[in-house]
Design a protein around this ligand. Structure first.
Ligand SMILES: Nc1ncnc2c1ncn2[C@@H]1O[C@H](COP(=O)(O)OP(=O)(O)OP(=O)(O)O)[C@@H](O)[C@H]1O
Ligand SMILES: [Mg+2]
Length: 559
């Protein structure tokens, strides 16, 4: 298999990143990085003006040089106002993520001997347009060709589904380092359909570390007589304490007690924590994930057409904590618990998705080369022919026919995590509101047209203002306050002359599988229309992108 056929999958995590590819046997695989670890801390250390370090050593530098270390920047993806400042330079989250991507890609190139260019990168299910675009930009900044940005739970379900025969309705419970999400997915032989998704973008293993750090602060205060607030405000000590707490947390995954020695203000303090104590101080955090899980299950029960789960798939490094599985088993005895490399499964699923799309592209090429008809998607090809061309495409990838047919032609359907609407006068409320055309959990792609009317006599133009919000509803039409929506774009529809009040305007929202929104407003009488150009708030301009590239070129990266 030549290098260009390989698409690598990358899980760009808040705390750890992971890269996978699909080997010659059709099995997704993660190779150890140059620190001999399967995942790489998403941490960047600006050692001096030109040298930047990524990964484990960067994380260790938090102990000595915390103000030169950037971490958890995934939370700032697409945030226009956020910068990490060091040596008089300001870095966006995209640029820092690009450095992480470069590191994991270089390591994987060394170990696999392959040149990596095409990648599928994952992002949280709740990422909006700006954040997805930022993820894509991070990849491009790292010199990669980002074929797709797909949701993390979908990727996890793809990897799980690849080993699964038959149908399953799965809850993907993903508790990572910085985020928690819970996603209901229906898996069948030839399809994978996301039904609903929820979660908390600010809840992850890091919160467990912080809870344990605060526990240790109290212990140090007791032993030394120092004030707990002073200990917490000692930035260097606290940064170190967080790292120690993460280690202690991991120890408690395997042992009942974790023992630590701290050096505070010249005094040595011995402290220990038992698993029971740890579970007690972090109970409210776990409670939140259980409550959200239950609300997703209830939503599935209440919503017609939505199926209830049989299985719960544990994803994310924090599901290694025994408290997670124990609690889930106790709360949801009806669910079968599955886990399969929780901290690699997302990257593996992304790699499988990449291979699936390559196989399909190649199969279509084979079809178009060998038949007198032309097709653009596999849906246009009859079943028998589909098997033939997917098998042939699979051969070129060294894949067994069964594997190629399993993966190729599988439809993957996501849902939107945002609602999209237009600003309009709502008669019933006698007020301007955002009238949503597309709602959270609607399947993508989506294509919706709604009729609006002009508001005044002799109106010559119509203002079209498009907004994004997080309103969740079962109603076909819903309205949302402008104050809880984010403006995406505006345009003016020219009617070409004065028209009476109540002239019909048809507005069409098309949401692509990538989550890109295309809006057209058309005056039904004249056919005059306007294509609304979406301005993605938070996306980098071409100049900013070029500048970011040149800033990166001035850095040498090491491990
Ligand atoms: N053995 C273990 N026991 C307990 N926690 C662990 C263990 N191994 C890893 N973790 C925790 O898992 C978290 C990292 O998980 P993961 O790699 O899935 O997160 P991520 O992908 O970076 O985050 P996110 O998905 O939120 O963006 C960290 O908080 C880490 O401390
Ligand atoms: Mg993750």
């Amino acid at each position: 298999m030549s290098d260009e056929k390989y698409i690598f999958g990358i899980d760009l995590g808040t705390t750890y990143s992971c890269i996978a590819y699909v080997n010659e046997h059709g099995q997704p695989s993660v190779e150890p990085n140059s620190d001999n670890e399967l995942t790489t801390p998403s941490v960047v250390y600006f050692e001096d003006e030109t040298n930047v370090v990524v990964g484990k050593s960067a994380k260790d530098a938090i102990r000595t040089d915390s103000h030169r270390v950037a971490s958890k920047f995934k939370r700032e993806m697409g945030n226009t106002d956020w910068r990490f400042e060091v040596d008089g330079k300001a870095y966006r989250a995209q640029q820092l993520s690009a450095l992480v991507l470069e590191r994991v890609v270089e390591d994987a190139e060394k170990i696999t001997g392959k040149t990596i260019k095409d990648v599928v990168i994952t992002c949280p299910a709740y990422f909006g347009l700006a954040q997805k675009k930022a993820t894509q930009d991070a990849g491009e900044l790292a010199g990669l060709n980002v074929r797709y940005v797909i949701p993390e739970p979908t990727a996890a379900a793809i990897a799980y589904g690849a080993d699964q025969k038959g149908e399953d309705v799965v809850l993907v419970y993903d508790l990572g380092g910085g985020t928690f999400d819970i996603t209901l997915i229906e898996i069948a032989a030839k399809s994978l359909k996301v039904l609903t998704t929820d979660g908390n973008a600010e809840l992850g293993g890091f919160n467990w570390d912080s809870a344990l750090a605060d526990f240790f602060v109290e212990k140090v205060a007791e032993e030394t007589g120092a004030d707990a607030a002073d200990i917490r405000n000692d930035a260097e000590f606290y940064a170190d304490l967080l790292l120690i707490s993460e280690e202690a947390k991991k120890t408690l995954t395997n042992k009942q007690t974790a023992k630590q020695v701290f050096l505070y203000d010249g005094e040595r303090v011995r402290a220990e924590v038992t698993r029971d104590e740890f579970n007690r101080i972090t109970k409210t955090l776990l409670d939140e994930t259980i409550d959200t899980t239950r609300s997703v299950i209830n939503r599935a029960k209440e919503k017609s057409g939505m199926r209830t789960p049989n299985t719960i798939l544990l994803v994310g490094g924090s599901t290694f904590m025994p408290q997670v599985e124990e609690r889930i088993a106790a709360e949801f005895p009806e669910l079968e618990i599955k886990r399969n490399d929780p901290n690699q499964i997302v990257a593996k699923g992304a790699a499988l998705f990449g291979l699936k799309t390559s196989l399909e592209d190649r199969a279509i090429e084979i079809y178009n080369e060998t038949s007198d008809k032309a097709a653009t998607t596999l849906d246009e090809v009859d079943e028998e022919k589909k098997i033939e061309i997917l098998t042939k495409a699979g051969e070129q990838y060294g894949l067994p026919a069964a594997k190629a047919n399993d993966l190729g032609g599988k439809s993957v359907q996501n849902v939107t995590s945002r609602s999209f609407g237009m600003k309009a006068f709502i008669q019933d409320l006698n007020a301007m509101r955002i009238a949503n055309l597309i709602h959270v959990d609607d399947a993508v792609p989506a294509d919706v047209t709604q009729r609006f009317e002009t508001m005044e006599n002799n109106q010559r133009t119509v203002d079209i203002e498009i907004f994004e919000n997080e309103m969740r509803t079962d109603k076909v039409n819903s309205v949302c306050e402008e104050s809880s929506s984010v403006p995406l774009a505006q345009a003016v529809l020219d009617l070409g002359g004065p028209f009476p009040k109540g002239s019909p305007i048809d507005v069409t929202f098309k949401l692509s599988p990538d989550g890109l929104l295309d809006v057209v407003a058309q005056h039904s009488e004249t056919g005059n229309k306007v294509d609304v150009q979406l301005r993605i708030e938070g996306a980098m301009t071409d100049e900013e992108f070029a500048e970011a590239k040149s800033t990166a070129a001035a850095l040498t990266r090491s491990e």
